[in-house]
Ligand binder design. Structure first.
Ligand code: FES
Length: 150
């Protein structure tokens, strides 16, 4: 994310220190993670200490300080999904993307995480991408789903 874009987001919030969290959320949502240069720019323009910006960026789960892909894949490994073959779905995702849970690919296309239950066990095994649920996933279908994401 370039400096101009960070400035635009800050300006949108009138450069108000009270909007710090909202500004970080906007950067996170557009860039998918918070680069150090962006945080430094926010601290400088809002005239808040970098330690405060960093504290917020590390405190809230919504923020990431490491690069994240444009799309977040969550594979449910909860009991209901597990007994229906979640591991094979996870294996297929790992094979196709080259990343393991907790990782992001070099093109910053996908980040992969496993979760314990997505709350729709009847649809297991469940894969969620950017919040969209793909239920009753078969390993052979994974490629078909992933190819829809750029
Ligand atoms: S165990 Fe997978 S959705 Fe509940």
């Amino acid at each position: 994310m370039d400096k101009e874009r960070v400035d635009q987001i800050i300006d949108k919030h009138d450069c108000e220190a009270s909007s710090l969290i909202q500004i970080l959320l906007d950067i996170q949502s557009e860039n998918h993670w918070l680069p150090k240069e962006a945080l430094e720019r926010v601290a400088e323009r809002l005239q808040v200490p970098m330690t405060r910006v960093q504290h917020i960026a590390t405190f809230y789960k919504a923020f990431s300080l490491v690069p994240k892909g444009r799309h977040e894949i969550h594979i449910c490994m909860g009991t209901a999904c597990h007994v229906r073959g979640a591991q094979r779905v996870l294996d297929a995702v790992q094979d196709l993307t080259g990343i393991k849970p907790g990782e992001t690919d070099l093109d910053l296309k996908f980040s992969l995480e496993t979760v314990n239950c997505l709350g729709c066990c009847a649809l297991g095994p469940v894969m969620e991408i950017d919040g969209k649920t793909h239920g009753k996933m078969a390993p052979a279908e994974v490629a078909n789903v992933l190819k829809n994401y750029e």
